[in-house]
Ligand binder design. Structure first.
Ligand SMILES: [Fe+2]
Ligand SMILES: [Fe+2]
Length: 141
């Protein structure tokens, strides 16, 4: 057993964290945040697709005990998608205060969500699935 899946997806989390910080910096500096908000949302949606379309279904199949936790993760993704829409609205409206408020809430949700994935789900995935093969497929999404 390796930790290839946990490492790949945790790196993806860090990448998204950096994009969130860049968006925060743009809004805080009263610069246009359109590009940085779009980059953040795009990277987060790609990460969600990697989990929802590939990792979670394969993990549920290999270990039915994972179905509870993956269900919770899917619900939290939906909550974050609502915040992506709020962020886009704030940026389109040229309202940096509203955008920063959304990012603060999003940041807290992401931290709690990622801690559960990195602490519980990804180790389950590495225990149940072929790590190198799965990592290759995740990268291709
Ligand atoms: Fe997730
Ligand atoms: Fe994740």
């Amino acid at each position: 057993m390796t930790d290839a899946i946990a490492r790949f997806l945790s790196d993806d989390h860090h990448h998204c964290d950096q994009l969130l910080a860049a968006c925060e910096a743009a809004l805080g500096g009263r610069r246009s945040a359109t590009e940085s908000a779009n980059a953040l949302i795009e990277a987060m949606e790609r990460h969600f697709r990697r989990e929802e379309e590939l990792l979670f279904p394969e993990l549920e199949e290999a270990n039915p005990m994972a179905t509870g936790p993956t269900g919770v993760m899917r619900i939290e993704h939906q909550q974050m998608r609502q915040l992506f829409a709020d962020l886009s609205d704030a940026v389109a409206a040229g309202d940096p205060e509203a955008g920063l408020g959304v990012l603060e809430t999003l940041h807290i949700l992401i931290q709690q969500h990622n801690a559960k994935e990195e602490g519980i789900l990804y180790p389950l995935a590495d225990a149940a699935l072929p790590g190198d093969r799965m990592t290759e497929r995740l990268r291709a999404v």
